[in-house]
Design a protein around this ligand. Structure first.
Ligand code: PAF
Length: 280
């Protein structure tokens, strides 16, 4: 596995791969890798000649300084996991490499996607995600990009970025990988203490409750019950929403046929967790 720390080293490698018509698969990450990331690497390996992973805790997508400072960093174990998974190359840049001072900060038109749920509760977050993903895609030039469904809204934002900029990359959204009790794997889970870790499964239970009790008609009551359940279990809830799975338009009622997605974001003390279920 080759590790690149600079844009010029990475660029040289990518040009060489492109010249020999190698198909590149790309898994962008912020590190603290878990089995969810490794399953993205595995999928990329099956579908491409070369798999590149990036590890970069992107400062521009954090709207909360403490969240950025406390984001888990486990580079050595991450590299071991990537090596064991057979990843071919890792891009491990610092902020100056990703954001050279001479480059102006681009602004992305994301429309309503930026005004609801994660966009609403984390102002500027998706601008930061687009800045880094746009830059990484321009450097890695992948045929295929692999993202986890846990960040459902992020996947839609990146889809929009790729469409708008006409980027020649196919996006693959892979199922959320879960712990034995159902908790969605997430780098932030590393920040939970033992008690919080046990409580965290309530997010999965909330989504299961919605899935099992959802009926066509108005949705306020089920969303209210779900929110109350989380609050009673010590969460500070940012949102429980049910949205059209294709457009992410928030629904007040369900016709019983449209494919929908239930999404939750809630804090357990300082740690903010998100998860979703697509309900076909
Ligand atoms: O999902 C993440 O880990 C990050 O938002 C991403 C896509 C790597 C951009 O920093």
């Amino acid at each position: 596995m080759i590790i690149f720390k600079t844009v010029s080293q990475l660029g040289f490698f990518i040009d060489k791969m492109k010249a020999s018509e190698k198909k590149i698969g790309f898994v962008p990450t912020m590190g603290a890798l878990h089995l969810g990331h490794i399953s993205l690497i595995n999928n990329s390996k099956q579908q491409n000649d070369i798999t590149v992973c990036s590890i970069f805790v992107n400062p521009t997508q954090f709207n909360n300084a403490t969240d950025f400072e406390k984001y888990p960093v486990t580079i050595e174990t991450d590299l071991d996991k990537l090596e064991a998974a057979g990843c071919d190359a890792v891009f491990l840049p610092n902020a100056e490499e990703v954001y050279p001072k001479r480059n102006a900060t681009p602004v992305y038109t994301l429309g309503y996607l930026e005004t609801l749920m994660e966009g609403k509760f984390r102002p500027g977050h998706y601008q930061g995600v687009c800045q880094v993903v746009d830059r990484l895609l321009a450097l890695v030039k992948p045929a295929n990009l692999y993202l986890g469904q846990k960040d459902y809204q992020q996947c839609m934002v990146i889809k929009k970025l790729i469409e708008h900029k006409n980027i020649d990359t196919v996006i693959h959204i892979e199922k959320t990988v879960r712990e034995h009790d159902g908790l969605a794997m997430s780098s932030r889970n590393a920040r939970l203490n033992d008690f919080e870790r046990k409580q965290a499964v309530k997010i999965f239970e909330t989504l299961s409750f919605i899935k099992n009790n959802l009926k066509p008609g108005r949705l306020e009551s089920i969303k209210g019950q779900a929110t109350a359940f989380l609050s009673a279990n010590g969460f500070k809830v940012d949102y429980v929403e049910i949205a059209d799975a294709a457009s992410l338009e928030i629904l007040q009622q369900w016709n019983g046929t449209t494919s929908i997605v239930a999404l939750v974001a809630a804090y357990l003390n300082e740690v903010r967790l998100i998860d979703n279920f697509v309900l076909d």
